[in-house]
Structures are given as structure tokens and as C-alpha cells.
Design a binder for this molecule. Sequence first.
Ligand code: IPM
Ligand code: MG
Length: 367
Amino acid sequence: MTKYKIAILAGDGIGPEIMKEGVKVLKVIEERNDVEFEMIEAPFGAGAWFSEGSSFPEATKRLVDEADAVVKGPIGLNHEESKKIPVDQQPERGALLPMRKRLNTYANFRPVYLPKSLGHFSPLKPEVIGDGIDMIMVRELVGGLYFGEKETGINESGKRYVREVLEYDEDQIKNILHQGFKLAQNRKKVLHNIHKSNVLKSSVLWNEVLDDVATEYPDVEVVHTLVDAAATALCLNPGQFDVMVMENMFGDILSDQGGGILGSLGLMPSACLGENGKAYYEPSHGSAPDIAGKNIANPYSMIGSMAMMLEYSFGMVEEARNVWDAMQSVFAAGYSTADLSKPGSGVNMISTDVFGDKVVEHLRANA
Ligand code: IPM
Ligand code: MG
């Protein structure tokens, strides 16, 4: 029996309710495999700030350090509520970015996937979707503007100013590019390199490093695309993309657009991977405080993030596949949560917990 310790950080807003559905799924996996999941919940995010006085409490830090994997729900509050928390303790700056740095999860994999049969979820026309949408965005996660030096003050002309630095060294770039190339090698052997080298020096260095790294992957074709052009191409011809690699900020923006072309950010799970097995798993979207507690959020992104954990952290590739298939079966049977079942869409709307129950049913049927 293999024992895994999983830190469960439910987070804010819809976090706890979608986490609950993910945990149901993990229990099924545990029942029928020779594994034991020790799931330990810990406070993290805005809620933790209000209850513990810290958005990333010391005990939670110790837990994520010793856990075999971490699953994390979305964090954050609406704009007004956020303002009640000191700027540096707001959960994005006070908890999420410190956790990324602490675990050094530099590689963020964000699958953007919609089979042709579910094309009606997407705002794109069937002829644009073609055979379906299937790509992975590989986002650098611990460098760039997010982590560069920041300074605010009054300049010589008496004006308020701000300075934020976009900094990468060649090793950071190399590491994420290797991840992109390896993934491309295992898929269609095409790597879309997303950059802005016509303006940013950081992209010029990025591309120089890419030329070096590319020599180790002669079987992978590199396609260079400027980030702004990539944004358009995602809407006009998403089928051209398979593996896309990019720096932190570009990845933040384009991955939300990825959710947009699928029809919902609720379809965006992610894996955040570091060295030596360090990893955490989270939906790519926010905590949607406006719909929290209503049992209408889509738990797909959370359950999908757990499927990624099964694959990447525990090597349970087949069970990960079964979880994906179970979720697709729920959709195929004509059900979805509110985000994807607009009136007239022909989709039967179900609640968060019923979605989870149906995933569990399909998963059990599929043992
Ligand atoms: C994401 C989120 C985070 C980010 C926020 C919550 C800080 O938008 O994971 O994409 O910007 O990285
Ligand atoms: Mg984002």
C-alpha cells in the first residue's frame, strides 16, 4: 500500500464546494487502488487571513512542505472585500505567489481541451472549432513581472511613479523551455513559442536560449508567434496550436482566453510542477465570490486538477484517464453546470454536487 499525504487548501469563494467534489473523486480512486490518501485540510487565502491573521499561515507552510502533493482551490475576494486586507497580505500576493516560490513550481501546464462533440459549449463557430480544441499552454510560473523587483514612490517631478521589473536568467528560461519541448515531443512534435521579441528584450533573450535548447530536440518543430497575434489566432484558428510555451504574464492572460474559447473558465484545470516531485494543482480560474455557496459552480477544473495530480505526482496514468473520461461522459449524457447550460443550449443544468456525483457514478462504472 502506497501512502500519499495530500494537502487540501480549499481556498475562498467557490473553492470549498468544488474541492468537496474533487475529494469525492479521490475517495473512489483510493478505494479501488493500492493507495491511501491522507488528506489534510489547511487554511489558505483570504479566509485564512480573517481567521488566522495570515493568508499563508505557518502551519499551512509546514504542511505544503511535507506533503507529497498539494491541491488548492481558487483564492481571493471581490474588489471591495479585498480592500479590507493589507495589500501585501491579500491572498494573491500574500499566499499564492509565496507558495509558487516556496515550492518553486516553475512549470504550469494548462490544458485547453474540448472535444468536437462538445463544440456547443464554445462561443466559436463549428467551422472554427473543426475537430475540437486540444492544446496545452505551458506557462513559466515563478519569474518575470510577477516576481521582479517592485518600487513605488515620488519621482523628481513630484509625480507618483511605479517600477516593476521583468527579469529572467537563462537557467529559468531553459528550464521552462525544456518542459515545453518534452511535452511537444510526446504530442505532435510542434512547439509554439509565444513571445514579444519585437518589443521586449526579455523575449529576445528567451528566443536566444530557445535556439540553444532546440538543438536537443531536433524532432520538434518550433513555430514562433508573437503574443498579440497568438491571442487572435486562438479565436480564429485554435486548431493550429498544440503545445504553447510562454513567460508568466503572457501565460496568465492567454490561458484565461483559453477558458474563453472553451466557453467557461470552469473547464480550466492546471498542474504546477517543480523539481524533485514538488507540485501543486489548482484550477486556473478565480474564486467567483458572486456565485459562492450557491451550489452552481463547475467543479470540472478542480476534479481535472486532481486528475493531473494522479498522473504527474502519483504516476496513476490510467486512473487519471478514467477521471477525464468520467467527466466527459457526464457532458456526453447532456448534463452540465450553469456556466455551460445556457437557456436554449439543450444542455441539462445540474448543480455542483450532482455533477460530482455523476462523475463518481461514471468512474465506478468504468473500473
Ligand atoms: C492564475 C491566477 C493568478 C495569476 C492570480 C490569482 C494571482 O489568475 O493562476 O492564472 O495571476 O497567476
Ligand atoms: Mg490567471
